[in-house]
Ligand binder design. Structure first.
Ligand SMILES: CC(C)[C@H](C(=O)O)[C@@H](O)C(=O)O
Ligand code: SF4
Length: 467
């Protein structure tokens, strides 16, 4: 047998049909659904009298539009568009008989946090969702990617997806991370190195000692941003860390089925002599706490650097950099650590898990915020409950943070949590596009520990100085 990558193995196990031109019909194991990209898809089914093919494998949760303050199940607390989408999901979930976690359910949260938490996401699966950050689930060694609304309809109706195979890219992070450096710093550094188009046409497998050393939470942070590097999906081979995380989750297999699953999962790794179309290697020791300065996730620098000059770039990037600097209100040569911050947002499907909250709490303990406003938005109701049980919520509240209910929140301006024009935010989310967090809002992406450090000093800060 010829050697295979992890991607090859999962792909081969799911091809239901292959056409002469290489277009394949893939079987889909899990279909996650949220309120923004599903209403038309369900409407399509309804209009043609079709049902959901595999309701047991279809999981719905509202996350993007929902407010994160009490009273959020009252449509009056949402814009009309938001209320319509949330109500449509509610109707569709009930009518088509799929699994559903409404806001009144403690398990509700951001779809990419709920799936793994409930054991829906497991190694070797194909996972899709009408959402680009579906890549998150690749942390389990599942082939997971975003799909468009017409594909959502196709998957609902057939439990299959038409796909062409991508190329294989290996990103290896060798060695060990220094203190204060986290998964977020790894993935920002990777995107800085490849650019936002570097992964286009590829599925990336992240490997190496520094990736192996990460918890599942950290691995999800990495794969979450594969899409920001342009890749179709990100993957990390499952190992003991993965199996321990999955074991005992509500929808993970049990007993003999668990053993059988485990036997297969243990075969899910790239063979030693597998061929790669592209390889990138980064030394973990070379990665520093990292922040973005511009309006693209590739605009990254170590916190020790200064705001770059537009003409330090080449080609088409010169104009883009100048525009980004103007939008961000930054002057070339300013040390990043002198950049003052108005707001801190800790949350999102990139960094809204319990480990992220623990990392923030470790910095915030016994300190007060020096910014105008700061909020912590747990990624799910269960993350919130656990953080309360561990005493983290008290640390946040005492520091002056707002302690919110679960949802996408200030990651994107689709709900009441938004930046005002010109407001500068240290955010743990994954996109710093113009207007992403609110019209005219300025976003600096970073890790939870770095965002917490910015909260207590009021500036972009090297977290290592507070450790
Ligand atoms: C609204 C949704 C379709 C979108 C996505 O696909 O990623 C959102 O989750 C985002 O992060 O921009
Ligand atoms: S938290 Fe942000 S990135 Fe994640 S699904 Fe919601 S809007 Fe998209």
């Amino acid at each position: 047998m010829s050697p295979k990558t992890l991607y090859d193995k999962i792909w081969d196990a799911h091809v239901a049909h292959e056409a002469d031109d290489g277009t394949c019909l893939l079987y889909i194991d899990r279909h996650l659904v949220h309120e923004v990209t599903s209403p038309q898809a369900f409407e399509g089914l309804r209009m043609t009298g079709r049902t959901v093919r595999a309701p047991d494998k279809t999981i719905a949760v509202p996350d993007h539009n929902v407010p994160t303050t009490p009273g959020r199940d009252d449509p009056k607390n949402m814009t009309e568009d938001s209320a319509i989408q949330v109500a449509a999901l509610d109707t569709n979930a009930k009518e088509f008989g799929i699994h559903y976690y409404p806001v009144s359910d403690v398990r509700q949260g951001i779809v990419h946090i709920v799936g793994p938490e409930q054991g829906w996401t497991l190694p070797g699966m194909t996972v899709v969702c009408g959402d680009s950050h579906t890549a998150t689930h690749g942390a389990f060694g599942a082939l997971a990617h975003g799909i468009g609304t017409s594909e959502v309809e196709h998957v609902l109706a057939t439990q299959t997806l038409i796909q062409k195979k991508s190329k294989n890219m290996k990103v290896e992070i060798t060695g060990k991370l220094a203190p204060g450096v986290t998964a977020k710093d790894i993935v920002l550094t990777i995107i800085g190195a490849t650019g936002t188009a570097g992964g286009t046409g590829y599925v990336i497998e992240y490997c190496g000692e520094a990736i192996r050393d990460l918890s599942m939470e950290g691995r999800m942070t990495i794969c979450n941003m594969a899409i920001e590097g342009g890749a179709r999906a990100g993957l990390i081979a499952p190992d003991e860390t993965t199996f321990q995380y999955c074991k005992g989750r509500p929808h993970a297999p049990k007993g003999a089925q668990w053993e059988a699953a485990l036997n297969w999962w243990k075969t899910l790794y790239s063979d030693d002599d597998a061929a790669w179309d592209k390889v990138l290697t980064i030394r973990a020791e070379d990665i520093a706490p990292t922040v973005t300065w511009g309006t693209s996730p590739e605009d990254v620098l170590p916190i020790t650097a200064s705001v770059p000059a537009a003409d330090s770039f080449t080609g088409g990037k010169v104009g883009a950099a100048q525009r980004a600097l103007d939008y961000m209100g930054l002057t070339a040569g300013t040390p990043l650590r002198d950049v003052e911050i108005d707001t801190v947002f800790i949350g999102s499907c990139t960094n809204g898990r319990i480990e992220d909250l623990r990392a923030a709490a470790a910095i915030l303990k016994g300190k007060k915020i020096a910014v105008k406003r700061a909020m912590i938005v747990p990624g799910s109701g269960l993350v919130r409950a656990q953080a309360e049980e561990e005493g983290l919520a008290d640390i946040f509240k005492e520091a002056g943070f707002e302690w919110r209910l679960a949802g996408c929140s200030m990651c994107l301006a689709m709900n009441p949590d938004q930046l005002a024009p010109g407001e500068r935010c240290a955010a743990t989310s994954n996109r710093n596009f113009e207007g992403r967090q609110g019209r005219g809002g300025r976003t600096h992406l970073m890790s939870p520990a770095m965002a917490a450090a910015a909260a207590v000093t009021g500036k972009l800060t090297d977290v290592r100085e507070l450790m």
